[in-house]
Design a binder for this molecule. Structure first.
Ligand code: HEM
Length: 519
């Protein structure tokens, strides 16, 4: 194509010239020296490019490798003319999170949102006004947080959402009842995706939920998620990530239709609150659909792989399934129904599950610890002295790679690489504040973490009480993950896990439900 085009002259020398120009530019910028107070600069084999090549080759695991090799609380990576400070100590993480005025997420949001959610110029104008709340308590972001975060905090409104979520999950949990040995093979992640997508969107969008009524929307969402990282690059997205591009179009159109017939009137308190804030700031009904896409992402992309991994570990770690079942049995009540065939009904008490199942909760946290892939990223708006010691220069980037922090033996012990379901048995208190990065931290700490805990743990609890699960084709083998996925916080599996799910002996034909669904 290029050869025929009169505007491009491509010769073998062109890439060399481009690299030379970049290197010269970088060198000219690098002639500024480092301040002795800046965090130590790590060496790289190829000047200016070594770390970039490392990240391209190893993905986010590259940070964990560097952090374990150099064992520094904070260090500097020079990539071309850009300095990035990598933070590895909980004390410094807390200091970073406190510097909300000088360390900002805003430039990244401004760059990412139009690429990921196709938010147009008008929408971005509205979004960017007083985004960090520096000029007072107004603006789309501060207002939306003030209105919607309390709904996700433990209390009656969250309880309503959880009740809706768990009752929407029940039909999916019932799917395997009656299944007998050898007659079914299930792609476990596909099941988790379907269950969480349909139940979660039903909870958010109510009776007009487009994911229920529009065929193919669930698949479209996961096609969009799979290649969202390529959309973020912003380079010819239609070509490099065509499937994700078209899938996003499909979801946006469905959400626009939902808004056009005022679907939100029969939706959750959360959706209504967000919709009111968007309209207050002048967003059109179509414009709101683009913002809602970010809510669907928040709701689904981390919770879904989390329930998959939790089930995988409970069934594959020797002895764990039996111990977890014993705990859940203590919060499950059983009655005989007065039906013709004397059916038995089991009720799992969700409130007690949180109070009396420390092993299950610890297993959940350990699952998240090992599968966390997020990188907390901030832009240095002006020179900032961290804890009176480390100077962060204006125009640099600060990052906290969650996976490196979670792999630090100084924080988690010598068995840091192992799955230890009892690691969190005494709660989070026995670990250093700031060390657990799964839900981010500071001003942007995930507000959905309470909802996530209950939907995931309750689903796993009912699944393990009702079903046996065996891997197809041999013993348990941990599926692979994609180390380059930068959109989600929990790595999804990239290889299939086919399992046979059968009803536990002695529980055939029984009924199950959740009771006391409270946060
Ligand atoms: C295991 C499940 C989940 C994980 C690991 C997770 C993780 C995260 C992380 C790391 C952030 C912060 C991003 C940053 O610092 O920029 C975040 C933000 C957010 N999460 Fe979650 N999340 C989960 C589930 C949920 C659920 C179920 C919901 C909704 C019901 C939700 C709603 C949100 C929202 C609205 C934000 C944006 C907060 C802001 O405005 O800064 N999350 N989540």
């Amino acid at each position: 194509m290029f050869r025929d085009s009169p505007t491009y002259i491509v010769t073998p020398i062109t890439p060399g010239i481009i690299i030379a120009v970049i290197a010269l530019y970088a060198l000219s910028r690098l002639s500024q020296r480092y301040d002795p107070k800046e965090p130590p600069v790590l060496p790289q084999k190829v000047p200016f490019l070594g770390h970039i090549l490392g990240l391209l080759q190893h993905g986010l695991k590259y940070y964990a490798t560097l952090s374990s090799r150099y064992d520094l609380p904070i260090y500097t990576l020079q990539m071309l003319n850009q300095r990035t400070y990598i933070v590895n100590s909980p004390e410094l993480v807390i200091a970073v999170q406190r510097q909300t005025k000088t360390l900002s997420f805003q430039p990244f949001v401004a760059a990412m949102l139009p690429r990921l959610f196709l938010i147009d110029r008008d929408g971005m104008e509205i979004l960017k006004r007083n985004m960090d709340g520096e000029e007072g308590d107004w603006g789309l972001i501060p207002d939306s947080r003030r209105e919607s975060w309390p709904i996700l905090a433990p209390g009656p409104q969250l309880d309503l959402m959880l009740q809706s979520m768990l009752s929407a999950l029940l039909p999916f949990l019932n799917e395997f009842s009656g299944a007998i040995e050898g007659n079914n093979a299930t792609d476990l992640y596909a099941w988790a995706r379907r269950a969480f997508t349909l139940a979660g969107t039903e909870t958010l969008y109510g009776s007009e939920n487009p994911f229920r009524w529009e065929p193919g929307l669930e698949d479209a969402f996961w096609a969009f998620e799979k290649d969202a990282t390529f959309l973020l690059l912003g380079v010819a997205p239609r070509w490099i990530a065509g499937k994700a591009y078209n899938a996003r179009e499909m979801i946006l159109n469905a959400m626009k239709r939902y808004n056009s017939y005022s679907g939100q009137e029969n939706s959750s308190d959360l959706t209504k609150a967000r919709y009111n804030t968007y309209t207050k700031y002048g967003l059109s009904s179509d414009g709101i659909a683009h913002f809602e896409l970010s809510s669907i992402i928040g709701l689904l992309i981390n919770a879904t792989p989390s329930v998959f991994w939790l089930l995988f570990y409970i069934y594959s770690v020797p002895g764990l399934l039996e111990d977890v079942r014993l705990e859940i049995a203590n919060v499950t009540s059983t009655v005989m129904l007065k039906t013709q065939d004397d059916q038995t009904k089991h009720s799992i008490n969700v409130l007690k599950l949180q109070e009396r199942c420390p092993l299950l909760l610890s297993t959940y946290r350990e699952t998240l610890r090992l599968k966390t892939n997020n990188v907390y990223t901030r832009w240095v708006q002006e020179d900032t002295l961290l804890n009176d010691r480390y100077l962060l220069k204006e125009g640099s980037i600060v990052q906290v790679p969650g996976a490196s922090m979670h792999m630090d033996p100084a924080l988690w012990g010598a068995d840091v690489k192992d799955f230890n379901p009892r690691r969190f048995i005494k709660g989070d208190a026995n670990h250093r504040q700031g060390a657990f990065r799964t839900f981010g931290g500071g001003a942007s700490l995930c507000p959905g973490r309470h909802f996530a805990l209950i939907e995931i743990v309750a689903t796993a609890a009912m699944f393990v009480m009702r079903y046996e699960m065996e891997p197809q084709g041999g013993g348990w083998r941990e599926p692979r993950t994609d180390g380059n996925d930068v959109v989600g916080s929990i790595s999804p599996p990239t290889s299939r896990l086919d399992v046979a799910v059968t009803t536990r002996k002695g529980y055939e034909g029984d009924q199950w439900d959740f009771v006391e669904v409270r946060s």
